[in-house]
Structures are given as C-alpha cells and as structure tokens.
Design a protein around this ligand. Structure first.
Ligand SMILES: C=C1C[C@]23C[C@@]1(O)CC[C@H]2[C@@]12CCC[C@@](C)(C(=O)O1)[C@H]2[C@@H]3C(=O)O
Ligand SMILES: O=C(O)CCC(=O)C(=O)O
Ligand SMILES: [Fe+2]
Length: 350
C-alpha cells in the first residue's frame, strides 16, 4: 500500500517514474464540452428561495450533469485570490515541513497522498491537504512563525462556503418539490476543506492527477486555479458513447459537484458524477474544495416527501465515509435496497 515515504519532490524529476506511470488514462476519449455537453452555468445573484427559474435550472443540472458552475455566489475575488495564495504557500513548503503536518494513517486531517491511493497500484501526480475541524493546529505545524493569515483565510472562506452550501442545498431540495422543513438539519451542515496540488508534469499523458471518483458529500464546492484539469465522465447527449469532458475554469464561477449523499437524499434523481483531474506539462495546478455534509449524527435517507419507495438504506456521513474507504466507487451501489430487502420488509414489516 502506498505511504508517505512514497512522496518525492515532483519538481526535480525529468520523467515520470514507473511508480507514477498509468496505463488507464485513455479508458475513454477526452475532449472539450460541445453542444448538449456544455455544463450548466447558474446565477444565484437574484435567486431567493422561491425563485422557480433557478430551481428549474438546478434540478436539470443535478439530474442530467451532476456538476455545474455557479456565479453570483457572493464570494469576493479578493477572498478567492487569498485562498489560492495560501494554498500555493502551503504546497511550496519543503517536503519535510509539510510532513510535520502529515495525516495520520487513520486520521482525517493533514498533508498526504490522495486518500484513494490504496485502491490503485500506481501513485498520483498529486499532493493534498485536508482540514477538518480547527485549522489552528495544522497552521502552527506548517508555519510556526506566521500562521495567522492562513488561519484567517480558511476560517473566513469556511463561513462563506457554509452559507453558500446551505443556500444551494435548500434550492436543490425545494426543486424536487420537497418542503425545506423535512431537512431540519440544513442549518447545521458540516464542512471539510480539501486543498489539492498537481505539480507540472514532464509527461502528462502518463500521469494521473486524481483518479476517477465521486464525492462522498452532499455537495462539493470547488475553486480551481486558472488551469484546466478537471474532467467529468459524460455520455454524449445523455445516452451516446462515454467520454471525459473537460470542465475549464470560468472567471468568477465556482464548480459544484453533486455528492453521493445528495444522490441518496433525492432517491437517485440527482446524480453524483465520476470525475478526475489530469495534469499539465507546464503549469502547476491547484484546486480548493469545500466538502459539505450533514451533521455527523444524521441518518441520511431518501426524502419522505418524494413519496416513493426508498432505493437506499439510511446511513450517517461518517458511516458512509467508512464504507467508501472500503468499497470506494462501489459504496453507493452497495447500499441500494435490493429486492431481498423488499421481500424481508414484506414478510416482517419495515
Ligand atoms: C470528507 C471526506 C471526503 C473525501 C474523504 C474525506 O474524508 C476528506 C477528503 C475527501 C477527498 C478529497 C479528494 C477526493 C476524495 C475521493 C479523496 O480521496 O479525499 C475525497 C473523499 C470523498 O469525497 O470520498
Ligand atoms: O482538482 C480538481 O479539479 C478535482 C478535485 C476533486 O475532485 C476533489 O477534491 O474531490
Ligand atoms: Fe472530487
């Protein structure tokens, strides 16, 4: 299994070593979005909770794309630039300094390889930093003499993200005709930060930035530095051949991924979409994700007011994360209610 000792100084290598050479990058053709594949761009600037047009667009995006851009989100350009600056600052530290804040083997927070590395025999062209809970502890480990600005930026961004996530989730739920009250925990969302770094790579056709996955969140709000790299797996026009479609940075827009928990809440009307990050020959790329989930004790299950039989079993976020840690991209499928469960309910009651 890959470990932190597999870290190396990406900037110093002239070719992709065997340990990082992937053969599966061409599993599907890759390209720019065209025609019907163009990702939805939704403005939130004038949307109140009863804005039917925004809800219609959101519902369409969540059902047919699983990913969309939002503008009019209210996050200032200054804050986004500062976040990017602090992210660059973190990853530019010498490796031994970053390793002082290494994520422990079973821990949630800290610096490390992609968490999904254990499912692959090759390593990714990637370094990540996860912040769950207080940022202060990590900031002190990383920047012992000068951690104030880092903490301040993460805290300020966290507050803004929580407000934005709450707004989008409320709109998504009410776009399904479900009363907000059913989600009585929507004001207590929890959030995890994921800072991602993809150094420039001498042979990008051989290296994988972040392998294909769906997010285990309700939704993930992503800001990418000005370099392309994110791709989503799409079927052309919803039913044609499958291909990797690039999601380029759009000035002023944030990207929202529908996570597995929204897939569950919506009883599979909304789709968490497979996505990955590829790397660039010349440019070091960064992305900053706010991973938003329900309060840890809440059992997430298909919404009652959808009035249909639930196709997923109830599960808390921590339980789902632990399942994902074992089954990776099969986790969602594994909690689908099977016809055997239905038979059991029929014979023994719910
Ligand atoms: C809350 C979480 C979701 C995540 C695993 C984690 O515990 C913290 C990091 C998240 C992340 C970010 C990069 C991609 C991803 C698949 C990974 O390896 O770590 C996601 C995880 C996820 O959404 O399942
Ligand atoms: O870097 C990216 O664009 C993708 C990051 C991502 O998928 C994640 O943080 O979950
Ligand atoms: Fe992701």
């Amino acid at each position: 299994m890959p470990s932190l000792s597999d870290h190396f100084e990406f900037e110093t290598v002239r070719e992709v070593p065997e340990s990082h050479a992937w053969t599966s990058l061409d599993d599907h053709p890759s390209g720019e979005a065209t025609g019907h594949d163009k990702l939805p761009l939704i403005s939130l600037s004038n949307s109140s909770d009863d804005d039917d047009n925004t809800k219609f667009l959101l519902r369409h995006a969540c059902q047919h794309f699983g990913v969309f851009y939002v503008t009019g989100h209210g996050i200032s350009t200054n804050l986004l630039s500062e976040l990017e600056l602090q992210t660059r600052r973190l990853f530019s530290l010498p490796t031994n300094q970053k390793l002082k804040a290494a994520r422990p083997p079973d821990g949630l927070s800290g610096y490390g390889l992609a968490r999904i590395s254990s499912f692959f025999s090759k390593l990714m062209w990637y370094e990540g930093f996860t912040i769950s809970g207080s940022v202060l502890h990590h900031a002190r480990q990383l920047f012992p003499d000068d951690y104030f600005r880092f903490c301040e930026t993460i805290e300020e961004y966290g507050k803004e993200m929580q407000k934005l996530a709450e707004k989008i989730i409320r709109l998504m739920i009410s776009s399904l005709g479900v009363k907000e009250e059913e989600l009585n925990w929507s004001k207590d969302l929890s959030g995890v930060f994921q800072l991602n770094s993809y150094p420039a790579c001498p042979d990008p056709d051989k290296a994988m930035g972040l392998a294909a996955h769906t997010d285990s969140s309700l939704l993930t709000i992503l800001h990418q530095s000005g370099t392309s790299g994110l791709q989503v797996l799409r079927k052309e026009d919803g039913h044609g051949p499958t291909r990797w479609v690039t999601v380029p940075p759009v000035a002023g827009a944030l990207i929202v991924h529908v996570g597995d928990l929204s897939h569950i809440l919506s009883n599979a009307r909304f789709h968490s979409v497979l996505h990955r990050a590829i790397v660039n020959r010349y440019r070091h790329r960064y992305s900053m994700a706010y991973i938003c989930g329900p309060p840890p004790e809440v059992k997430v299950k298909p919404l009652n007011s959808l009035n249909e039989s639930p196709v997923f079993r109830p599960m808390t976020w921590p339980e789902y994360l632990s399942l994902k840690g074992k089954l990776f991209n099969q986790a969602l499928h594994s909690i689908r209610v099977t016809s055997d469960d239905e038979k059991f309910k029929f014979m023994h009651g719910p």
